[in-house]
Design a protein around this ligand. Sequence first.
Ligand SMILES: Cc1cc2nc3c(=O)[nH]c(=O)nc-3n(C[C@H](O)[C@H](O)[C@H](O)COP(=O)(O)OP(=O)(O)OC[C@H]3O[C@@H](n4cnc5c(N)ncnc54)[C@H](O)[C@@H]3O)c2cc1C
Ligand SMILES: *[C@@H]1O[C@H](CO)[C@@H](O)[C@H](O)[C@H]1NC(C)=O
Ligand SMILES: *[C@@H]1O[C@H](CO)[C@@H](O)[C@H](O)[C@H]1NC(C)=O
Ligand SMILES: *[C@@H]1O[C@H](CO)[C@@H](O)[C@H](O)[C@H]1NC(C)=O
Length: 486
Amino acid sequence: MLFKRLLATAAKSVQGPVLQDVVIIGGGPAGLSLLAALKSSSITRNLKCTLVEGSSLEGIREFADSPPEEYTNRVVSLTPKSVEFMQSKIGNWEFMNQDRIKFYNNIIAYDSQDRTSRIVFDGSAIEAGFLAVMAENVNIQSSLLQRISQLKEEGVDSTILDNTKVLSIGSALKEAEAASESTNIMSENVATASDWPIVNLSDGSSIQTRLLVGADGFNSPVRKYAGIQSRGWAYDRFGVVATVKLQYEDYRSIGWQRFLTTGPLAILPLTEDNATIVWSSTPELSEILIACDEQIFPELVNAAMTLDEVSLNFIYAKLKKNPNDFSVLDDIPWRQSRLKVNDLEENYPLPVTEVVPGSRARFPLKLSHADTYTSARIALVGDAAHTVHPLAGQGLNMGQGDVQALVEAIEKGVTRGMDIGSTLVLEPYTSNQWPGNHVLMGVCDKLHKIFSTDWYPIVFLRGFGMKNLNMLDFVKDMMIKNISGR
Ligand SMILES: Cc1cc2nc3c(=O)[nH]c(=O)nc-3n(C[C@H](O)[C@H](O)[C@H](O)COP(=O)(O)OP(=O)(O)OC[C@H]3O[C@@H](n4cnc5c(N)ncnc54)[C@H](O)[C@@H]3O)c2cc1C
Ligand SMILES: *[C@@H]1O[C@H](CO)[C@@H](O)[C@H](O)[C@H]1NC(C)=O
Ligand SMILES: *[C@@H]1O[C@H](CO)[C@@H](O)[C@H](O)[C@H]1NC(C)=O
Ligand SMILES: *[C@@H]1O[C@H](CO)[C@@H](O)[C@H](O)[C@H]1NC(C)=O
């Protein structure tokens, strides 16, 4: 009865919800990848798909024709597995601005408390022939938008609504259930009501969808609507990012990561003399890193890549009092002069000479994992499903894995003529993707914990492990497999 009434109102009202097969909330890397992947697959391309993004995508559209001169500060390291997915399944790779990506082959990880211990991750051991590619988030998103446009030109249609926020999500079934509690409607009547979620948008329209995908980031409104729990904790650490210039172009193409007790600091190569920095740090240190003068910041990076913790604490203490205490510009080279010149040249990254003005930013770091990625008519992908410490550069890559697994599940459902919003179709996505992500998140978390301590036995073990590749052999094996996605 209720259902008939709903149908009648929908038919009468011009403003009744538009019906879609898939509605994706979120136009970040995960959401755009999913839309482009669904439209690229010959099996799923006929599904009616709409993507809703709260902010404007204009800046990302402009990137294609007029990219900014300097690298933007949101840069990620893509694994060979993600690149292969973009090349062969999504088809966006050819639209990436190829002058603004950087393949690299090695990561050298070393320790602030034991000069002699190092781990070298060597990508040439991997089938793909490279360890990872550095790319700006905006470059990835831009390439996905271009791929979606190309598909439209080929007649494969989809809708993107940007500048459009999701205000609320509900379903006739949920409303009927609520009503039945107060008015005692028989449950058989309720069962005939549609369980398709209805998404109310800020432009006044609403969409009713067979499958609702949350690609809506850490605070995921879709996850909350579905009542899916997300567990985890904040690290009490911030990731400070910046675009920097090196002394000259480093033809070695190496990523460097030093484990400090405040958190790891990575310098990752971009083209020519450009590089990007991710510096996980305590709230206090992150404030200094953001506040200090543009002349001081590069020297701080150089100090943190080379000096011992005692020296670093001395410098931080000065800057805590005054983030523009220029006397540290004398302290740092003096303290570095105690290192051997050829040791510095061979075993450390090139000095950073400049920070690109305005490129410094900080993000709170947290670990969280949703209990499941699916429920009836719902799927979660990307940061909506999980957030992870950036020390292994895995966040966006995990999202690519999610998209790949979800598309495979939907393809199977379509092929078998099933309802793609049913748990039967969606469940394999969770069971294929969740356990691997969980292991990877555990590895990143344990690495963070092992390294952010100066408690003597752990420091000793850690140094021992790095030198003898005992304890950390396992970690290295895990990391190289996971960093490369193989
Ligand atoms: C310092 C740092 C370094 C990192 N380095 C790496 C790295 O090297 N490698 C890597 O793989 N990953 C890295 N990551 C992680 C990576 O950036 C994220 O995992 C990735 O950007 C998440 O993409 P997403 O599409 O899932 O979510 P998001 O990019 O958060 O997109 C979610 C979108 O949903 C939209 N949205 C939310 N709510 C609504 C609503 N109500 N209505 C409409 N739209 C809505 C938002 O506007 C947003 O655009 C790093 C992260 C940090 C913080
Ligand atoms: C990288 O650095 C070089 C030289 O400093 C510069 O000319 C180039 O434009 C930079 N690349 C990007 C994409 O910013
Ligand atoms: C969505 O909007 C419609 C009409 O504006 C309203 O009746 C409905 O209650 C809204 N749904 C939710 C879940 O807020
Ligand atoms: C990471 O490595 C573990 C162990 O080898 C594996 O189970 C997991 O699937 C890997 N995750 C990814 C994303 O490659």
